[in-house]
Write a protein that binds this ligand. Sequence first.
Ligand code: SF4
Ligand code: SF4
Length: 259
Amino acid sequence: MTHKRKPKLAVWKFASCDGCQLSLLDCEDELLAVAGEIEIANFPEASRAVVGRSYDLSLVEGSITTPHDAERIHRIRRSSKVLVTIGACATTGGIQALRNFKDVKEFTSIVYAYPEYIETLHKSTPISDHVKVDFELNGCPINKMQLVEVLCAYLNGRKPNTPRHSVCMQCKARGHVCVMVAHGTPCLGPVTHAGCDAICPGYDRGCYGCFGPKESPNTRSLGRQWGKMGVSDPNLVRAFRSFNAYSDAFRKESEFHEK
Ligand code: SF4
Ligand code: SF4
């Protein structure tokens, strides 16, 4: 009797908090089903076992911040048939990309007694700035059900079916009252990628954008609206400079209000 070879999965970490990798372990019931279909061949967060040196699917968490990172991601790309980035760090540079707006040498000189021992790149950048990425999954952290969809899609040779629309659409689907229209609460929902089922507006709070920019976000229009609602430029800069500060759309809008 011949056994079909299970696809090999690898999970890699760069500069990050591990939250997105934990989303995979958090899958609980679904993880058992996934584990039945794939071979977890390299996942240091879960096991020290390493099977082979090439992988059918690599999930990459974290951003590139050191010369060593910049070299290692090329080796991972060469050993992976499909490479998917997971989370704000890997897709937009994450919180650590806030350094890109300042001089990192100044920070190291203040924080470390011997800054000459610190090997760091001037910028912290997403994985796609360094190698070809087959699919990007947004979120800080990612949504575990979207992750399961991505895994199922690649196991079945199809494209993942994750939404491209905004948090607003999820608000409408859940019947939430719009916090901007009804209460004048500033909300990044209109420009933010769906993925959380609009949790914050459900509790009468504005969205602060942890799933990053949706497809074609009109950040200029939203910034103008926030301005009319009395939000100051420094507060607009802070709103766009969080988990996804170095995504093109959020970076440009924050820089616009910094002038
Ligand atoms: S995207 Fe957020 S949750 Fe994921 S690793 Fe980065 S900081 Fe952690
Ligand atoms: S901040 Fe926005 S994207 Fe994040 S959980 Fe709240 S509503 Fe969702």
